[in-house]
Ligand binder design. Structure first.
Ligand SMILES: C[S@@+](CC[C@H](N)C(=O)[O-])C[C@H]1O[C@@H](n2cnc3c(N)ncnc32)[C@H](O)[C@@H]1O
Length: 628
């Protein structure tokens, strides 16, 4: 198969729902590929599915815009920090720190990391009025474009676009910002994955309904209250109101919440096993009979045994009879023993997790000090840091050994620190903790006047000409790693805008007439395209492509895909390439992708024809894609 793709400008989140519909309800699509909703509804009705009549939902000005943002293609490419990534400590790392707007980054990750992430933690702007949140967006849709893309009338399109451009910090603006990010993030979660979102009173109500809409109300697991302040502060706004002392962390699962077990194996051990699964011995304890607890009902005979004088059984007759009926009750040395299984203790173990006391976890204040300790100075200027213990606790309960953890509002990088610390603790206990992280952080400018100390720190001590918060994230990760002798390192990538003159329709492109001006596309630019494309083609960012030589021309190979990016490919190179397929047992490309701008159309034809005609010894079917 031969085809032409304009991938560079079409990196968007794949619509997996549509794939599911096409697969299972192909008969509900007409011959033009349009979906017949009425037919689908009838089909569902025959399966006795009830349609909700409640008509309840969430709407805000900008919702259609927010939906569009979730499906609109990325406007950037992904570039690697070559110098950083080839350092010995980073070169084999599975951790990532990505610089850029997280909406762009999430779009880039949406193929290679589809359903790969076990746990997401985010700590977005709370929209407190003083945290600097304003809605900003450089997508410049015209009224006509927006009308067409969002399917709204002219009047509504004008109203929404004017709202989007107004730099607002209303609830609507915040929701418009959050919706597409959380929507895409969900696609990255594994089926057994979970997401935790930090928030405070300003937006907790909006967030809860937004999360219900995106994840489904059934996926709500709970709301964790974290006492973030030891002392209340009287502010102008809170005068005459209750003093805010807690922040919240909303917890949702990707799918069915029964799949998610907050109990970390190892907290309670179930060392024994029978055909019904794991269990531990539980001698049925007795406790003092105190009348208050319904003494009569807790004192009875089981298997001819009664509790001693003045004592009572710890469990009631009904509960004990459940153990008995399932064969999990026996007598040993004159004592009653139950087989206690993980499910029996679930509620008891999950309960305390919903209230995280500051003594154990730390507060917003202690977290700032903690960051100063890690950075070995107090010049960071961060006001919204989370304590590492808080994030460690969340990670501990939701991600084990090799799981991937994502935080796309990284801030000072607490999540990366927490992951490294947990891995180190695992290693100290003889367990192989190799959790991996992906952190995303905007290169948000540090204000040289309002935040002078942090600005000077990044400029003078870290040597960065234009100080941004990203540099603090990076420094924290390095220093936090050193502190605990972590050697996992991390790789850095960043988004960059697509080159301005990269605008054309691939189908109309005539390579002989207008070969892309090479002086604009440096060798580094070609590498950037390659990084972006490989991620689009499902190859993880941390996986390097293998460079293969075809008689003086280098190709890049990984996951059965071969990329030919550079100029100068000739017939001799093609011959070598075909020989390599025949003779190299670990070189089995099923797709060859060439960068159209660097190939004459004659040469494209030659490669395509040879590939389809040449019967390679391994009988691999190879697709040929010319990509722009
Ligand atoms: C509340 S802070 C996170 C603090 C973090 N949990 C910690 O412990 O340090 C939110 C961070 O998200 C970043 N941010 C805001 N908008 C962003 C965006 N669109 N893409 C990436 N990062 C963003 C901000 O620069 C800020 O550093």
């Amino acid at each position: 198969m031969t085809k032409t793709q304009n991938a560079t400008q079409n990196i968007s989140v794949p619509n997996h729902n549509l794939e599911v519909l096409r697969k299972h309800f192909s008969h509900c699509f007409d011959k033009n590929g349009d979906f017949d909703f009425e037919k689908f509804k009838k089909e569902l009705a025959t399966h006795e599915i009830n349609f909700s009549k409640e008509g309840y939902g969430m709407d805000w000005l900008g919702k259609s815009y927010a939906r569009l943002l979730a499906s609109d293609p990325a406007r950037t490419l992904l570039k690697e920090d070559k110098e950083w990534n080839k350092k010995p400590e980073n070169k084999n790392s599975d951790n990532l720190l990505i610089k850029g707007d997280n909406l762009e980054v999430l779009k880039h990750l949406s193929n290679a990391y589809h359903e790969q992430v076990k746990m997401i933690y985010i700590d977005p702007p709370y929209n407190t009025g003083s945290d600097g949140f304003v809605y900003q967006d450089d997508r410049k849709f015209t009224v006509e474009e927006f009308q067409k893309l969002a399917g709204v009338d002219e009047e509504k399109a004008k109203k929404i676009l004017s709202f989007i451009n107004s730099k607002s910090n209303s609830h609507s603006a915040w929701l418009t910002f959050m919706y597409p990010r959380i929507y895409i993030a969900k696609q990255l979660l594994r089926d057994d994955g979970v997401i935790f979102v930090s928030i405070d009173d300003n937006e907790v109500a909006q967030l809860r309904i937004l999360m219900d809409e995106i994840f489904g109300e059934e996926s709500f697991v709970g709301n964790i209250a974290w006492e973030s302040k030891t002392k209340s502060q009287n502010t102008k706004d809170s005068f005459n109101k209750l003093q805010p002392k807690v922040e919240y962390i909303l917890l949702y699962t990707k799918k069915d919440q029964r799949r998610f077990n907050l109990i970390q194996k190892g907290e309670k051990q179930y060392p024994l096993n029978d055909d019904r699964g794991e269990y531990r011995d539980y001698p049925l304890e007795v406790m003092n009979a105190d009348g208050m607890r319904g003494r009569e009902s807790m004192i009875f005979e089981i298997e001819g045994i009664s509790p001693p004088q003045g004592k009572q059984w710890k469990l009631g007759q009904d509960t004990i009879s459940i153990y008995k009926s399932r064969g999990d009750l026996f007598v040993r040395d004159g004592k009653i023993v139950l087989k206690m299984r993980p499910d029996d203790e679930k509620s008891e173990l999950t309960e305390p997790f919903w209230w995280l006391l500051n003594k154990e976890i730390g507060t917003a204040e202690s977290a700032k000090k903690e960051l100063s300790t890690v950075l070995e100075n107090n010049k960071h200027g961060f006001e919204t840091v989370k304590p590492t213990n808080l994030i460690k606790r969340l990670v501990f309960h939701s991600a084990t050994t090799n799981d991937l953890i994502l935080d796309f509002f990284a801030g000072s990088g607490t999540t990366g620190d927490a992951v490294m610390q947990l891995n180190a603790e695992d290693a100290a206990n003889g367990k192989g903790g190799k959790r991996k992280y992906i952190l995303v952080q905007l290169p948000e400018t540090i204000d040289p006047i309002k935040n002078k100390t942090a600005y000077d720190y990044v400029k003078n001590e870290l040597g960065i000409a234009e100080p941004t918060i990203f540099e603090i994230t990076k420094e924290r990760l390095v220093k936090a790693g050193k502190k605990i002798a972590d050697t996992s390192g991390f790789k850095i990538f960043e988004t960059q805008p697509i080159w301005e003159d990269y605008e054309f329709e691939a189908e109309e492109f005539n390579s002989q007439a207008t070969l892309f001006d090479e002086s604009k596309l440096s060798a580094e630019g070609v590498k950037t395209l390659l990084t972006t494309w490989k991620t689009f083609d499902n190859i993880p960012l941390t996986q390097d492509l293998q460079e293969i030589d075809f008689g003086g021309y280098s190709g890049y190979y990984g996951n059965e895909k071969l990329y030919l990016m550079d100029v100068g490919f000739n017939t001799g190179n093609l011959k070598k390439l075909l020989e390599e397929i025949d003779n190299n047992p670990v070189f089995n490309p099923t797709i060859i992708i060439v960068f159209g701008y660097h190939f004459e159309s004659k040469s494209l034809r030659e490669i395509s024809e040879n590939i389809s005609l040449y019967a390679n010894k391994k009988s691999i079917d190879i697709d040929f894609i010319t990509r722009y």
